[in-house]
Design a binder for this molecule. Structure first.
Ligand code: SAH
Length: 257
């Protein structure tokens, strides 16, 4: 995705969180906070570390996340969107407690073949949408700084970079994961993680020519036990990661935002 020069908009960084637990700490730190209800959602405007921001919960699934993204752009003047959430690790070596910074996004459940090639977004000619390189690099730097000293199950979190596959399914079965990954591979795509929103937000940002990047903490391996430890992981691990990564993003990487 090209980095847009939104000359007509003052910079407003949208921080889109998948889960309330990830957002809570950010709302607490927000200065000049204003809470606005719109489209059945709650948006928080204000400043974080001196930067104009708008915070929102994406809601779950591609359509919900797209609606939230459009509102962020049209109503709240977002000039770039950063997403934090959790995901199932499907790439080799992508373990629970690691993080994945998405460099590209594909919809694993999009299939308008034979009218359009498998996975291609109809009428756009595009299949994998690339993250904004500057924002993605800033997220990688923020992960390195923010996660320092943290361990999960005795292991330092590894920061992976690569393809994230989104779809309207919570993937929790070995066989289902194998099918999704194998089919993507047959079409030349190597996913590291599956989740339910990223590619939709990427598509909205692509339509508006705005920068987008996302970071996902790996909560499960998209296998038969994916749902088991999910709530506890979100509460105890992912919320801490998200808070630290965003804080570091605003401190370490602010000149790049
Ligand atoms: N219990 C949660 C629902 C979570 S749905 C609640 O009530 O809020 C799962 C969320 O985690 C989605 O945002 C999705 O993007 C992500 N996710 C984590 N693991 C996933 C997996 N294995 N497959 C698909 N999405 C996953």
């Amino acid at each position: 995705m090209m980095r847009a020069a939104p000359a007509d908009r003052p910079p407003v960084l949208a921080i889109l969180s998948a889960l309330a637990e990830e957002q809570a700490g950010l709302v607490e730190q927000l200065q000049d906070a204003q809470c606005i209800s719109h489209a059945g959602r709650t948006f928080w405007q204000g400043r974080l570390g001196g930067l104009a921001v708008v915070l929102a919960l994406s809601r779950i699934g591609k359509v919900a996340a797209a609606t939230t993204s459009v509102a962020l752009i049209e109503r709240f003047g977002a000039s770039r969107i950063v997403f934090t959430g959790v995901a199932g690790g499907v790439g080799p070596g992508v373990q629970v407690g690691d993080v994945v910074v998405g460099t590209g996004y594909v919809q694993h459940d999009l299939d308008a073949s034979p009218l359009f090639p498998r996975y291609q977004i109809p009428l756009t000619g595009q299949t994998v949408l690339n993250a904004d390189a500057v924002l993605a690099d800033a997220l990688v730097a923020a992960c390195a700084a923010g996660l320092q000293g943290l361990r999960h199950a005795g292991r330092l979190p590894v920061v992976h970079q690569g393809l994230i596959a989104s779809g309207d399914r919570f993937v929790n079965g070995q066989e289902e994961t194998r099918r999704i990954v194998q089919s993507l591979r047959q079409h030349g795509h190597e996913p590291l993680a599956v989740e339910m929103e990223g590619a939709a937000v990427a598509q909205v940002c692509c339509d508006y020519g705005l920068p987008f990047a996302a970071v996902r903490t790996i909560s499960d391996r998209a296998d038969d036990s994916a749902h088991v430890d999910f709530p506890a992981f979100v509460r105890d691990v992912a919320s801490v990661y998200a808070q630290r990564i965003v804080t570091a993003l605003l401190q370490v990487s602010q000149p790049r935002l």
